[in-house]
Design a protein around this ligand. Structure first.
Ligand code: NDP
Length: 240
């Protein structure tokens, strides 16, 4: 039987590319989103992938959203914690709200996404947890104290989950994208984007499909001995 995969933030950007790639690999895929119904509707019409709306920063909403996914598609085998936001500001100007919003979505959101499906993975002796971190969690970034903290935290989460899940047939790995051409990056002012590209040895932004291919590999049976790893995909912006 086809395995079931859920992708948070799976209706736009990197998440949409991941959801489509997993569907093309033959998985039953559910794509979660937060509030952009129009984008979710267009994505679903385009791909035939079922969408589910909940806020990953809310534990109870995540639990019931994931229960809805399981009722519709079956037990979740693969969970891709991709939903993420930025609220950038230099540290001296960063507000407690900007800090909390990013922590709640990008870090607590990973706990909220994985925790409800973890017991089922343990029982069935199979699971794939893939967390979309960031190059900025590896090296830090100006005006992203909040975001970098969450993305570095993701790496701690997967390294710990890997140790807890290994004997139960569960792997947990992170993908660290560099700059990828999505709404999040295209919202950066053009002069800043040009400066960023000049610092990427590949001389370009990445494509969402290039991240999706990392995820389909980590989701596959072939990756069973890769556990607690970080896969960097950043056009040679070597940072660790
Ligand atoms: P986008 O802004 O293009 O898409 C974000 C997606 O996440 C949307 O589907 C959005 O839903 C969803 N989302 C946001 N907040 C929530 C929430 N609270 N609950 C549920 N869903 C939510 O982002 P990207 O594709 O650029 O980024 C995806 C991930 O990759 C993020 O974790 C990001 O940090 C990471 N990343 C991105 C990089 C890049 O260069 N783009 C580089 C490195 C890492 P809705 O449509 O409803 O708003």
């Amino acid at each position: 039987m086809a395995k079931v995969a859920v992708v948070t933030g799976g209706t736009r950007g990197i998440g949409a590319a991941i959801a489509k790639a997993l569907k093309n690999e033959g998985y039953h895929v559910a794509a979660n989103y937060a509030g952009n119904d129009e984008a979710a509707k267009a994505f679903s019409a385009d791909t035939g992938i079922q969408t589910f709306k909940w806020d990953v920063s809310d534990y109870e909403a995540s639990k019931s959203g994931l229960a809805e996914v399981e009722a519709a598609l079956g037990p979740v085998d693969i969970v891709v914690a991709n939903a993420g936001i930025t609220r950038d500001a230099p540290f001296h100007k960063m507000t407690p709200e900007q800090w909390t919003q990013v922590i709640d979505t990008n870090l607590t959101g990973v706990f909220n996404t994985v925790h409800p499906v973890w017991p089922g993975m343990r029982e069935r002796k199979f699971g794939r947890v893939i967390v979309i971190s960031s190059i900025n969690g590896q090296k830090g970034q100006f005006a992203q104290v909040n975001y970098a903290a969450t993305k570095a935290g993701d790496l701690g989460i997967v390294k710990s989950l890997a140790q807890e899940g290994a004997r139960a047939g569960i792997t947990a790995n992170a993908v660290c994208p560099g700059y990828i051409a999505t709404d999040m990056v295209m919202a950066i002012p053009e002069e800043v984007r040009t400066k960023i590209i000049s610092g990427i040895p590949a001389g370009r932004f990445g494509d969402p499909d290039e991240i999706a291919r990392c995820v389909t590999f980590l989701a596959s049976d072939d990756s069973g001995f890769i556990n607690g790893s970080t896969l960097s995909a950043n056009g040679a912006q070597i940072c660790s």
